[in-house]
Design a protein around this ligand. Structure first.
Ligand code: C5P
Length: 403
């Protein structure tokens, strides 16, 4: 794994007494070989000067959205894009609240909103602020979106109170950053093909047969794999989702178009993640013009679409193959059947009979079904599912290349 100078860690420092401990964190990360850049809130500069961090990192320290050299790249975007990992330590209750609600009124919070990098937050605050329901709800919301928290410790606090709220140990924060940095590159050099969304099978130029897939999980997987260094092509059915960063997106409508696009790419892919809900059937005939009410046929004759994933399996194309299974009963059994029949290395299965989960929602509960066994994810955000899929994909690819 190519760690070292090429990994950039952005350290965010907010306004708490523990800000002085960020100096130690910065030193630990530099010692590890990372390039470290620091962004501070205005309040943080009351505790430690930007000059301290500038001296430690040998990099300019960013505080304000407004002090840019007009010829320089837009700062909050360039910091957000440069970061392989963004760690905010110490992080105040205020900055946690802003992040949870998407507020971006200074350089640090703007960078946090703009970045695609994994975010590690090490909170530090008074025990009552920590325990407050609002703070805990904000933390839960951020966790659900994939932010990693390094929990504060219990002890005597700067204000004299005793309880949890003291910044975690620098070694523990550094360890969390290192884990994310390693993850951030574990798909480097790999070519990953992802399918997403549902296909639309035309009846005539106006009407189609479709399904309820939103594409969210597939898009999240494509974004996560790209973030972790893979070259990613995403072949997707119609969805309102925007193209993820650094992903080649091929937009298709029908199963046949998806089939053609996937077959074109599969020979050069190290892995295929087939999350698309491909229609199993299409109308045998497509009306040239809109079918008039009076001319509506009694029944629409359907013909079978190719099973893209099964064909990849039969032809042993696409390298590591991960399939998906949306089921309404006997989820694990059906998923295990698919694992075998479609020659997959893993099937990600979910029960779509629960209206609170699955199609179009932000969260889901899935089973990771492999030849070795089954793991239940519990209810987690689709970004967390994407992360787990990529963790497992990286391990499967490492296994293949060492086999
Ligand atoms: O058989 P079933 O449709 O339930 O299988 C789901 C898995 O197979 C998903 O990974 C889906 O993307 C893939 N699939 C496919 N082509 C089809 C139907 C399903 O690639 N025509």
């Amino acid at each position: 794994m190519a760690l070292g100078e090429s990994t950039t860690v952005l350290v965010g420092v907010t306004g708490g007494i523990a800000a002085y401990k960020s100096c130690e964190l910065v030193r630990a990360l530099i010692k590890r070989g990372y390039r470290v850049k620091v962004v501070m809130t205005q309040a943080a500069t009351e505790f430690v000067t930007p000059l301290t961090f500038r001296t430690l990192t040998n990099e300019p320290v960013a505080v304000s959205l407004w002090e840019d050299d007009p010829s320089a790249p837009v700062h909050h975007i360039s910091l957000a894009e440069e970061a392989d990992v963004f760690v905010i330590a110490p992080c105040t209750a205020n900055v946690i609240a802003k992040m949870a609600h998407g507020r971006a009124d200074d350089l640090l919070t703007t960078s946090a909103l703009a970045t695609e990098a994994p975010i590690v937050v090490a909170p530090a605050m008074n025990v009552h602020m920590w325990r407050d329901e609002v703070t805990q709800a904000n933390i839960a919301a951020l966790r659900a979106r994939g932010v990693t928290f390094v929990e504060p410790e219990s002890g005597e606090l700067a204000c004299g109170d005793v309880g949890e709220g003291r910044l975690a140990r620098v070694e523990d924060i550094a360890a969390a950053v290192i884990a994310e940095a390693e993850r951030a590159r574990d798909l480097e050099g790999r070519t990953v093909l992802v399918t997403a969304g549902g296909t639309q099978e035309p009846i005539d130029p106006v009407r189609y047969i479709g399904n309820r897939s939103s594409g969210k999980t597939g898009f999240a997987i494509a974004a996560e794999a790209a973030r972790r260094g893979a070259r990613v092509t995403l072949v997707t059915g119609p969805t309102h989702l925007a193209d993820p960063f650094r992903v080649d997106v091929v937009r298709v409508e029908t199963a046949l178009e998806m089939y053609a696009a996937v077959m074109e790419q599969a020979a050069t892919a190290d892995a295929v993640v087939a999350s698309a809900a491909v229609a199993d059937f299409r109308p045998a005939e497509v009306g040239a013009g809109k079918i008039k009410k009076g001319a509506m046929p009694e029944a629409i004759t359907l013909v079978r679409n190719p099973d893209i994933l099964a064909e990849l399996g039969e032809r042993d194309l696409g390298g590591v193959r991960i399939g998906f299974a949306a089921e309404t009963s006997d989820v694990e059994r059906h998923a295990r059947e698919k694992l075998l029949s479609k020659h997959c290395h893993m099937v990600v299965a979910n029960d779509v009979s629960d209206p609170a989960l699955g199609f179009g929602t932000e969260s889901n509960r899935v089973l990771f079904v492999t030849p070795d066994g089954t793991t239940d994810s519990g209810v987690i955000h689709k970004r967390a599912i994407a992360r787990e899929v990529c963790d497992r994909l990286a391990r499967l690819l490492d296994g293949e290349s060492s086999a």
